[in-house]
Design a binder for this molecule. Structure first.
Ligand code: ADP
Ligand code: MG
Length: 251
């Protein structure tokens, strides 16, 4: 089977002439179904740009991008919108939820653009997605009534509700404290190992990258290292250890 993602000599530039920024310089890589990949590097190295290109939120300036073996650089706007909505889920550092809108309504949103579904079915699927991220008791809460970690879990439920094959996350723990970050990574690890979801996650925190199974490092728009993580950290295990450490500190 073709890899889920294959990019060849991918180039992305912003602007023109002397102001031109080379965000990606001939990036070539493949990602198989079921992988959990962390993209790391100093800020400005191009990881977010790559994630946006992979998520079809940005168009590459040059190079090829095959998604599941299909060359998406030839896709029409409609085909790209369909791919974005059905095959790809996106999670951002800043959550990007609609304010004054309940968790349920936020998660129902992506289903409004898909095939026609009854209101009852949308509600059932949104509820199921929120329960799966541990928010069964927060269905009608609005973002300003929830913690950062809870808001990010709503965003994950929204990203997954159309059952994509790929989850893209841009610094999903960047705004969260250590414990809450681990809770988010635990959900992402469970989705990867349990449900086989392919995950590509950008992080500038070396500790967070150790939960992935492969780390690709960037500098100045280029891949400078690409290595497997032989023994990824388990967020579930590390979470269970946290209360003991808290006790030791207070003793
Ligand atoms: P990272 O995620 O590693 O911080 P980015 O992909 O956001 O890196 O940015 C890579 C480079 O491209 C940086 O130099 C950044 O300033 C530039 N860049 C990113 N987005 C834009 C944009 N919309 N317009 C102009 N330059 C941009
Ligand atoms: Mg970034």
């Amino acid at each position: 089977m073709a890899p889920l993602i294959a990019v060849y000599d991918l180039v992305k530039t912003y602007g023109e002439g002397p102001a031109c920024v080379h965000a990606l310089r001939r990036v070539t890589l493949t990602i198989e179904r079921g992988e959990f990949v962390a993209l790391t590097g100093a800020s400005g190295s191009g990881e977010s740009t790559l994630l946006y290109v992979l998520g079809c939120l940005a168009k590459p300036s040059a190079g090829r991008y095959l998604f599941g073996g299909r060359d998406i650089t030839t896709f029409s706007a409609e085909e790209l919108a369909h791919l974005r909505n059905h095959d790809i889920g996106f999670v951002f550092q800043g959550f990007h939820l609609l304010t004054r809108t309940s968790a349920l309504e936020n998660v129902e949103l992506p289903m409004l653009y898909g095939p026609t579904m009854s209101a009852g079915e949308r509600r059932a699927r949104a509820t199921e997605a929120l329960v799966s991220v541990g928010l069964g008791d927060r269905l009608t809460h609005e973002p300003n009534q929830m913690s950062g970690g809870q808001q990010q879990r709503v965003a994950i439920a929204r990203a997954l509700v159309n059952r994509p094959s790929l989850l893209l996350a841009d610094e999903p723990t960047g705004n969260l404290d250590s414990r809450t970050s681990l809770e988010i990574i635990e959900i992402i690890q469970r989705l990867n190992t349990g449900a086989g979801l392919t995950v590509v996650l950008v992080t500038h925190e070396p500790d967070i990258a150790q939960y992935a199974r492969r780390i690709i490092s960037f500098r100045d728009g280029r891949v400078i290292a690409d290595r497997p993580v032989p023994h990824p950290q388990s967020a579930e295990t590390d979470l269970r250890r946290l209360p003991l450490e808290d006790l030791e500190h207070s003793a």
